[in-house]
Design a protein around this ligand. Structure first.
Ligand code: HSE
Length: 429
């Protein structure tokens, strides 16, 4: 048996850090009763002394110097909650070099540098736990790592960004514009003051890389993810999608195809009957398709201090158990396989298009011909309404290779009777 009292240090006392301290104060005794040994929060570091004071802890536990946690030989587990790449990456490496287990919620860093840090952890017979990096309070990393290790996952579909899901929900329910829905999300605290990474899809891309690594056992490269944010979607698109039986969601899609991994973030029309269609507001969900278990969905709060703190403290317990029971390395996360990547042009899917055309004879025929020339078959063509002296047309294709669709589209947009800048949204197939 290892140590009876495991000491934990926290670096970063922002919103999530404070959530961890609050939940530890509330449930620390419960945790210790459940695991039958002691896990103690020993030290918290943050550059900002005001944030430290807000934690309402004994002053002796507080420091403005991260090194006092990272280099303290009495600390067994370091929780990193400062976010971003540096100095978080160096802090984690330093903690591992000093023989400490690491718990982090840092998705940017795990997506970009997780593999090198996990290799260092393996070398040191330690581990990094990162349950809170994807889906906040939803158990996801542990199911992917443990429960599905004997299965073959073929596809991961995630609504992994609460801000954009809240925006689409409000646009759908109240015909709000994207800007108004975003302002409301910020007012209610669901969106960050600077929501650029959410709106542009980067936040979801980081989370997709982390999930794809574990789901497929292959090295998912962040730079190979095709990323489109939500700015091109209007409430008209959401309303028309609803008329044909779909809702619109920002999806993180990872597929393990014979040619390699296809990784993409983009808005998509999701059939109303698909379980992901019912994931509303700021909630997150991940839908997994696999050979043996078939279809699984993990659903819940993807952010927020308390759900995220619960995931972080569960990781602390996992690390503490490794130390207490001398299990070196925890559950082994083996080295991932190298893989190829499928470019977006080679991905096949259906497309929704909305555009304005001059309302005169022959326009539909030239449109249909332009698609037919590239072998793009149309499933649906609907004339929606008049906008001035133009007609608004909504069209849905059958499944088509993306590069063929774009060749057809450049012909379509070259027709003078068809106005430029159509709305284009993929359908979930
Ligand atoms: N900003 C993220 C979201 C939460 O809106 O889901 C943190 O990853």
């Amino acid at each position: 048996m290892g140590k009876e009292c495991i000491r934990v240090g926290l670096v970063g006392a922002g919103t999530i850090g404070k959530g961890v301290v609050d939940l530890y104060k509330r449930n620390g005794d419960l945790i210790n009763d459940r695991i039958d040994f002691a896990v103690t929060l020993a030290k918290v570091a943050d550059q900002d002394h005001k944030r430290l004071q807000a934690l309402d802890l004994d002053e002796k536990m507080l420091s403005t110097d991260a090194a006092e946690v990272l280099d303290d030989p009495e600390i067994d587990i370091v929780i990193e909650l400062i976010g971003g790449i540096e100095p978080a990456r160096s802090f984690i490496a330093q903690a591992l070099e000093n023989g400490k287990y690491v718990v982090t919620a840092n998705k940017d860093m795990m997506a970009r540098h997780g593999q090198e840090l996990l290799a260092l952890a393996r070398e040191k017979n330690l581990n990094i736990f990162y349950e809170a990096s994807v889906g906040g309070g939803i158990p996801l990393i542990r199911p992917l790592k443990h429960s599905l290790v004997a299965d073959r996952v073929s596809r991961v579909l995630g609504i992994v960004n609460g801000t954009t899901n809240y925006i689409f929900t409000r646009m759908a329910q109240d015909d709000l514009s994207l800007e108004d829905a975003l302002s409301e999300a910020q007012r209610l605290g669901f969106a960050e003051a600077d929501p650029t990474n959410d709106i542009e899809g980067l936040d979801a891309a980081y989370k997709l890389v982390i999930m794809a690594n574990l789901a497929f056992g292959k090295k998912a490269d962040f730079d190979q993810v095709h990323i489109e944010g939500i700015k091109g979607v209007t409430y008209e698109d959401i309303a028309y999608a609803r008329e044909i039986g779909y809702t619109i969601k920002l999806l993180a899609i990872g597929e393990d195809l014979p040619e390699g991994l296809a990784l993409r973030i983009h808005p998509a029309l999701v059939p109303m009957e698909h379980p992901l269609a019912s994931v509303l507001n700021e909630l997150n969900a991940v839908f997994i398709e696999s050979e043996a278990a078939k279809e699984l969905m993990f659903y819940g709060p993807g952010a927020g201090p308390m759900p995220t703190a619960a995931a972080i403290l569960s990781d602390v317990v996992e690390a503490a158990r490794c130390i207490r029971f001398n299990v070196s390395n925890g559950v082994v996360e083996g080295e991932l396989q190298d893989t190829g990547f499928v470019p977006i042009g080679a991905v096949e899917c259906r497309f929704y298009l909305r555009f304005l055309v001059e309302d005169r004879a022959g326009v539909f025929a030239s449109l249909a011909n332009a698609f037919a020339d590239e072998g793009v078959s149309l499933d649906m063509v609907i004339q929606k309404r008049r906008v001035g002296n133009l007609a608004e047309v909504v069209l849905v294709t059958h499944e088509v290779r993306e590069e063929a669709f774009h060749r057809a589209l450049s012909k379509v947009t070259g027709i003078t009777a068809i106005k430029p800048n159509p709305s284009i949204i993929r359908l979930l197939g």
